[in-house]
Design a protein around this ligand. Structure first.
Ligand code: GLA
Length: 379
């Protein structure tokens, strides 16, 4: 939706003009899956799908939020935050963490819309969180600090919403730069903006299968990784090299933890290689790393489903495809492919057809552009 249309909706709903417009994007992770909570490396990029909010400050401490997509309004008081277990918990969680961190917040009326598909592995919740944080910063007049807000949003999701996610999604939605992917060291939070190689399209392949994070095997994977790290005697699997893994893992680490650790250790090495080959413009190698990442997530980390594996196979068979892999937490949702720009349109059609034939499901396949992290919109 364009900002003007959202402003008109605000006008209709609240009978006044909005004063501020903000947005925050979803993300696709190029490579580095399940490495963030192992203090490792990730390489996501913000996509041109986002959450947008139009708002108007209030004199009191009420937050009134109308969701255009859900066609429902919810409200809460900054002075008495109570959990109700609804979509409004994401905004409320941000308010809670901001207040806890000592920010002085003002109330507002707002209308929200978005086109990041929910539960697809493209971080729709991080987009809501960062858009709300950006809104609070604009209304309450405190300076926008992208990494600090990403950490705060992650805390809100961990502690208020109760999802034990890592830092990748919030950092991508907060700190990405238009035209660039974001290399992130999840231990130091050091970032590098890495340009995408020329002549390459990033294509999102939505299997249309969904799996929630809260009840998924995500937390189980986290504890298996922690078990392996403690067996190696390190703080996190980031501290185990591929060589060390190969040398020691057969000396009594239980087989399942060893499989999980193998993915993390090799995936971290793949991200470090990916950033180098990306800078060198070596798309062919980048594609090979995508493929190896998926295979490792399928065979060792075991977080793919049939739909994701079928989709990735369909993508890899097409002309101009350098590589394809699942993206996000897994168990459903989206894959991502690196495709020669000249073949992208044809690729989109061919993959959709092939996937339907093999899975009997409809896919949503689209090229996405590396976008800017959370920002103000000037109409
Ligand atoms: C989800 C989490 C992230 C990350 C990915 C897997 O998106 O929110 O923190 O762990 O899964 O890479």
């Amino acid at each position: 939706m364009d900002p003007k249309t959202l402003s008109q909706h605000f006008q209709t709903h609240f009978n006044a003009k909005p004063e501020i417009l903000v947005r925050a994007p979803g993300r696709v992770n190029l490579i580095g899956e399940h490495t963030d909570y192992n203090d490792g490396f990730v390489l996501p990029m913000a996509i041109d799908r986002e959450v947008m909010i139009a708002l108007r400050p209030r004199e009191d401490e009420t937050i009134r939020l109308y969701s255009l997509d859900l066609e429902t309004e919810s409200a809460f008081e900054l002075s008495s935050l109570v959990r109700e277990g609804d979509w409004i918990e994401y905004p409320k969680g941000i308010a809670y963490e901001l207040l806890k961190a000592g920010f002085k917040l003002k109330g507002f009326d707002a209308i929200m819309t978005g086109d990041v598909p929910r539960g697809a592995g493209l971080s729709s919740s991080a987009a809501v969180e960062l858009a709300i944080a950006r809104a609070f910063s604009a209304v309450s007049g405190f300076e926008w600090n992208a990494p600090a807000m990403a950490k705060l949003a992650q805390k809100a999701e961990n502690e208020w919403v109760g999802v034990n996610c890592g830092i990748m999604d919030q950092m991508a939605s907060a700190a990405c730069k238009e035209g660039f992917a974001l290399f992130l060291d999840c231990r130091s939070l050091e970032i590098q903006h890495a340009p995408l190689p020329k002549g390459v399209s990033v294509v999102i392949l939505d299997t249309s299968t969904r799996r929630g994070l809260v009840d998924s095997a995500y937390n189980e994977r986290r504890s298996q990784c922690e078990e392996a790290a403690s067996w190696f005697g390190v703080k996190a699997l980031r501290d185990v090299s591929v060589e060390e893994f190969n040398k020691r893992s057969k000396d009594g680490l239980n087989a399942l933890a060893a499989k999980r650790a193998k993915h993390i250790v090799t995936e971290n090495a793949r991200v470090l290689e990916a950033i180098e080959v990306m800078k060198a413009g070596n798309v062919k190698r980048l594609g090979e790393l995508f493929n190896a990442s998926h295979d490792s997530l399928r065979d060792d980390f075991e977080v793919t489903n049939d739909a994701l594996n079928i989709m990735v196979d369909c993508a890899r068979e097409q002309k101009g495809c350098y590589g394809a892999r699942m993206t996000g937490a897994g168990f459903g949702g989206c894959a991502v492919a690196l495709v020669n720009e000249a073949n992208a349109a044809e690729f989109v059609n061919a993959v959709s057809k092939a996937y339907k034939q093999k899975s009997s499901m409809e896919a949503a396949v689209y090229v996405c552009k590396p976008s800017q992290g959370a920002s103000l919109i000037s109409e």
